[in-house]
Design a protein around this ligand. Structure first.
Ligand SMILES: [Zn+2]
Length: 245
């Protein structure tokens, strides 16, 4: 039967809508880790009423976080709070591999990271070896340039998020009282991007200079093979200049 555009059309049965291939892949992956929701909604409704409980670090045996005994809230210092907010802001950039170069989110995320790096006292440079696919290179100069340098690499792109698999908007990071943070790319691997920056930032703040120069790279496209991300960087002469200067 031909569909009409009538806004009054209502579903005539409760049959589960056909899942897209992307949803099926996501479900398969989630099932492997015991994380698949028991029910699906075909709409973009992120209301969690029809979903299984969201996995929580509360369920992980042996994981001890510093929680307030009365409120159950994660205890953080003002400095840690600032770092957490930096991480959450970074999570909100929609750096999905296929979309980021087109919608400007790659550029915005890299600009954000560069500002964080500068605020920590690192030297920065952005390379655009492929149009709209920027690579951020940060460095902290060592005391002995004859030694090989250290490179900490991470990627800032993420895989697409299937809304039906999420309890909340994947690009509006949610922090729960116990410190759990949910957002697309929180683990793979935006947390690592921020960890690299903050760890080297602490080194800078301590006033200690390492013997070896430390480089940090933040690359796009890892989730789609990395050819125009790290691949491009390694093929470029600047990658060699890092260790042979
Ligand atoms: Zn990854």
């Amino acid at each position: 039967m031909k569909r009409t555009n009538s806004s009054t059309t209502t579903p005539t049965n409760n049959k589960r809508p056909r899942q897209t291939r992307q949803q099926l892949y996501a479900l398969h992956d989630a099932s492997k880790y015991g994380l698949a929701p028991k029910t699906y909604s075909s709409t973009n409704n992120t209301n969690s009423s029809n979903k299984a409980p969201r996995p929580s670090s509360n369920d992980v045996k042996g994981l001890s976080l510093s929680l307030d005994e009365i409120t159950g809230k994660l205890k953080v210092t003002p400095k840690e709070r600032k770092d957490l907010e930096t991480f959450k802001t970074f999570l909100s950039f929609k750096t999905v591999s296929a979309d980021g170069p087109r919608n400007g989110e790659y550029a915005r995320a890299v600009s954000f990271l560069e500002n964080v790096a500068k605020s920590l006292g690192l030297d920065t440079k952005i390379y655009e070896l492929v149009k709209n696919k920027p690579i951020l290179l940060c460095s902290y100069q060592g005391t002995d340039p004859s030694l090989k340098s250290i490179l900490l690499n991470s990627h800032y792109d993420v895989v697409p998020a299937v809304n039906e698999m999420w309890h909340t908007d994947p690009f509006v990071p949610v922090e729960e009282a116990n410190g759990d943070i949910y957002g697309r790319g929180a683990q793979d691997m935006k947390c690592v991007c921020i960890q690299h920056l903050l760890a080297v930032g602490r080194l800078v703040a301590s006033g200690k200079r390492p013997c070896r120069t430390i480089y940090l790279t933040f690359v796009p496209d890892e989730e789609i093979g990395g050819v125009e991300g790290l691949g491009m960087f390694l093929a470029h002469s600047l990658a060699h200049s890092l260790t042979h200067s």
